[in-house]
Design a protein around this ligand. Structure first.
Ligand code: HEC
Length: 182
């Protein structure tokens, strides 16, 4: 009985949603191998005192250093420093017949960078506060999920969004914006 309770508590801890609280270093043997982007989701394999071992999966154009969390959507999850730290598990075609590599990564993250909160929802306020100052606020559905990143990039300096805020706005818009073919 004790064992069952222990196991179910342990399991729910592992199954909780874990996100990066901000753009953060991922390390292997204390050496930085990648940057995980704010709001990206991962599993905790082993929780340590200061750092935890995590794993995540994503998609990338063949050989790219940028890993996206959803097939065919340019929603950045990890930016790799080098290609040695990822495993290629296979390939998959998106709806436009583009080929993506399915990749997995195991690395360590500082415990202070882990949150169970949805940090991307803040992007809605940032969008509404910063993007309607000089001109009328453009509607979330004026651009598709894959066009918003470059649109926000071109307005990043105008609106004074730092790199974390840039990704918060982009990922919020990608949640609500239509796909390319809608
Ligand atoms: C400091 C003023 C300023 C702020 C703040 C600002 N913009 Fe703009 N925006 C402009 C100006 C000026 C133009 C027209 C000239 C140009 O395209 O650079 C423009 C043009 C645009 C366009 C039309 C360009 C196109 O390709 O159709 C979009 C969309 C846009 N802004 C979105 C945004 C978003 C989203 C934000 C918030 C991240 C934002 N803007 C913040 C000044 C601003």
């Amino acid at each position: 009985m004790k064992k069952t309770i222990f196991l179910s508590i342990f399991a729910s801890f592992l199954l909780a949603n874990n996100y990066a609280v901000e753009n953060s270093d991922l390390t292997i043997n204390s050496k930085k191998v990648a940057t995980i982007i704010i709001g990206s989701e991962f599993k905790i394999i082993k929780k340590g005192d200061k750092t935890s071992k995590i794993s995540l999966q994503g998609y990338r154009p063949k050989g790219s250093k940028i890993i996206y969390d959803t097939l065919g959507v340019l929603s950045t999850s990890v930016i790799l420093d080098n290609n040695k730290s990822v495993k290629v598990l296979g390939t998959k075609l998106d709806e436009y017949e583009n080929e993506w590599e399915i990749v997995s990564l195991e690395a360590f993250i500082d415990n202070s960078k882990i949150t169970n909160n949805d940090v991307i929802s803040v992007g809605k306020e940032l969008f509404e506060e910063r993007c309607g100052v000089c001109h009328a606020l453009h509607s979330y559905d004026e651009f598709s999920k894959n066009v918003w990143p470059s649109t926000i990039k071109s307005m990043q300096d105008n609106s004074g969004l730092d790199e974390n805020e840039y990704y918060q706005v982009v990922k919020y818009l990608q949640r609500v914006a239509p796909s390319d073919d809608e």
